[in-house]
Write a new protein. Structure first.
Lengths: 293, 193
C-alpha cells in the first residue's frame, strides 16, 4: 500500500476513534464449551443509572458464511444512542448449529447478559433483542419460547427469562411456511414432511401466549424468501389476539436483501437498514424498554 | 435499309426532349431530441410512488444533465412514511450509432457512464399511537454504467448498474448518522422530445 494511502487511513481511523465514545470488548466467550459462542459488548459513555440493553443476533440462514460483523454498524449505532449492545455469534450449520442448538446458544447469551448485568450497568429487566432474517427468528424464539423444554439451554449461564422486547426484521415465525431450501432443511435436520413436529417446535408462532413481550416487526412487502403475510403479519395477529403489543413496519417494495434507494434497487440494503425502520426501531425501544438515562 | 433506320433514329433523337438533369442536395442533418423524461421502475415497486427524471442533452459533448424528483410511500403497516427525494445527475454517452436504437446518429442512446448526487428526506407517523416520529435526511453519491435502448419511435429503455454510498442523518439527533454502501440496479422507461 503506498505510504500516502496508509497515512490517510491511519488519520481517518484516528479521527473515527476520537469521535466515538463507545468502548468495545470483543470475542467475549459466553459458553466456554464452543469456540463459536462469543460476543462483542458495545458500552456507551458511563452512566449512574442502569441502562437498557439490546442483544443483537445476525442472520444468514443459520448457515456458515455470514457472521456478527454484518450487524456491527447496528450495534455501534445503538450504543452511540445510549444502549448497551451485545452483538452475538452462535453455532452455525455446519458446525453444530442445527436446531435447537442455535436457539439454545442465543438463550445462553441472554442468560450471560443478565448474569453480567451489574458489571455492565445494565437493567436486567430492560433487555430487547434485535435480529434480521434467521436472527429475527432467533430473537422471536427468545421472546416466546423461554419455557419450552425443546430449546432449554444446558450451558453454565443457565436458562433465561424471555426478552423484554423483540425487534424481528424479516424473521421466519412459522417454519412450516418457509420454502424447503437447503439452508432450512440443513438447519432443521430434515424436511417439513419428514418431521412436521420439529418444524412446529422451531416456530416462534407455536409459543405465543399471554404475557408475551412487545414485538416490532420490520419487513419488506416484496420479500420472496420470508413472506411478510406468512410470517410477520401472522405472528402480529397471534400476539395481538393474546393481548400483547405488536407493531409492523412494512417497507413497500422492500426485498430480503435489497431495497429501494434513490430510484434504484440497492443491494445489500435490508428493510432493517432503511431510515424508516431505524426511526421506528429507536422509538419502539424507547417505549418498550424505557429511554436511555 | 440501314440508312433508313439511321435517319429514323436521328429524327427520334432530335424530337426527344433533352434529358432532365436530377440534382440531389446533401441530406439535412436530422434534428436530435434534446430532452428525455423517464420514470424509474424500482421506485414504483408496490405502485406507491415513483421517481421522474428530466434530462437535457448537449449533443456536441455527448453529455446529458438531469434532475430527478421522487415521491413515494416508504413505510406502511402500522406506520405511514413518505419519502421525498431529489437528485442531480450527469451521463456521458459513448457511441455514435449504437445497436438497439432507431434514433438518429449522435442521439442520447447506447452505452453511457454517469454520476449523481442525491438528497432524500422522509417523515414517519405512528398510526397506532397517532404520533409523528422523527425525520431523516439522506445524502448520497452514486456512479453508474448503463445502456439506453431506443426500440421504437422515441421510447427509451435504460437499464443501469452501479454503486452508491449514502449517509443518513436522524434530524432529531436521537441516532447518530451512519454510512451505507451498496450496489445498485436501475431500470428507466422514458420518452424523448
Amino acid at each position: 500500500m503506498p505510504i500516502p494511502t496508509r497515512l490517510v487511513l491511519l488519520v481517518w481511523t484516528a479521527v473515527l476513534t476520537a469521535c466515538s465514545s463507545i468502548v468495545v470488548q470483543t470475542d467475549v466467550s459466553y459458553d466456554a464449551r464452543y469456540s463459536a459462542t462469543v460476543l462483542d459488548v458495545y458500552m456507551p459513555p458511563p452512566s449512574d443509572a442502569p441502562r437498557p440493553a439490546v442483544l443483537i443476533v445476525h442472520g444468514g440462514g443459520w448457515h456458515d458464511g455470514i457472521f456478527r460483523s454484518s450487524m456491527e454498524d447496528h450495534a455501534r449505532r445503538l450504543a452511540e444512542a445510549g444502549y448497551v449492545t451485545v452483538n452475538i455469534e452462535y453455532r452455525l450449520v455446519p458446525g453444530g448449529g442445527e436446531f435447537p442448538h442455535a436457539v439454545q446458544d442465543c438463550f445462553c447469551a441472554l442468560a450471560w447478559l443478565r448474569g453480567h448485568a451489574s458489571e455492565l450497568n445494565v437493567a436486567p429487566d430492560r433487555i430487547a433483542g434485535l435480529g434480521y432474517s434467521a436472527g429475527g427468528h432467533l430473537v422471536s424464539m427468545l421472546g416466546t419460547a423461554a419455557s419450552a423444554e425443546v430449546v432449554a439451554p444446558d450451558c453454565e449461564a443457565g436458562p433465561a427469562a424471555p426478552l423484554n422486547a423483540v425487534v424481528s426484521g424479516a424473521g421466519p415465525q412459522d417454519m412450516t411456511k418457509l420454502a424447503q431450501a437447503d439452508a432450512v432443511i440443513q438447519f432443521m435436520g430434515g424436511t417439513s414432511a419428514a418431521m412436521p413436529e420439529r418444524y412446529l417446535d422451531a416456530s416462534p408462532l407455536s409459543y405465543v401466549a399471554p404475557g408475551a413481550p412487545p414485538f416490532l416487526f420490520i419487513h419488506g412487502n416484496a420479500d420472496y424468501f420470508v413472506n411478510i403475510d406468512d410470517h410477520s403479519r401472522r405472528m402480529q395477529d397471534a400476539l395481538r389476539a393474546v393481548g400483547a403489543s405488536a407493531k409492523l413496519v412494512e417497507i413497500p417494495g422492500g426485498g430480503h436483501i435489497w431495497n429501494n434507494a434513490a430510484g434504484d434497487w440497492e443491494l445489500p440494503l435490508t428493510s432493517l437498514d432503511t431510515p424508516e425502520a431505524q426511526i421506528a426501531l429507536v422509538d419502539f425501544l424507547d417505549h418498550a424498554i424505557g429511554p436511555v438515562p | 435499309m440501314s440508312g433508313e433506320l439511321a435517319l429514323i433514329a436521328a429524327a427520334a433523337a432530335a424530337a426527344a426532349p433533352p434529358a432532365e438533369t436530377i440534382t440531389t442536395a446533401a441530406p439535412a442533418a436530422e434534428q436530435l431530441d434534446v430532452y428525455a423524461l423517464s420514470l424509474g421502475i424500482p421506485s414504483t415497486d408496490g405502485w406507491r410512488g415513483g421517481q421522474l427524471t428530466l434530462e437535457r442533452y448537449f449533443a456536441d459533448y455527448r453529455i446529458a444533465v438531469g434532475a430527478a424528483a421522487e415521491l413515494r410511500e416508504s413505510a406502511a403497516g402500522d406506520y405511514t412514511g413518505m419519502r421525498i427525494g431529489s437528485a442531480l445527475q450527469v451521463r456521458r454517452f459513448g457511441q455514435e450509432k449504437p445497436y438497439l436504437s432507431v434514433l438518429p446518429r449522435g442521439s442520447m442512446a447506447g452505452w453511457f457512464v454517469g454520476a449523481a448526487v442525491h438528497v432524500d428526506t422522509n417523515v414517519m407517523h405512528d398510526d397506532v399511537d397517532s404520533r409523528w416520529l422523527a425525520s431523516t435526511l439522506q445524502l448520497g453519491v452514486s456512479a453508474e454504467v448503463g445502456y439506453r435502448i431506443a426500440p421504437w419511435r422515441k421510447l427509451i429503455i435504460t437499464p443501469t448498474f452501479g454503486a452508491e454510498a449514502h449517509h443518513d442523518f436522524d434530524l432529531t439527533g436521537r441516532l447518530p448518522g451512519w454510512n451505507k454502501y451498496g450496489l445498485t440496479g436501475g431500470l428507466e422507461l422514458g420518452w424523448l422530445f
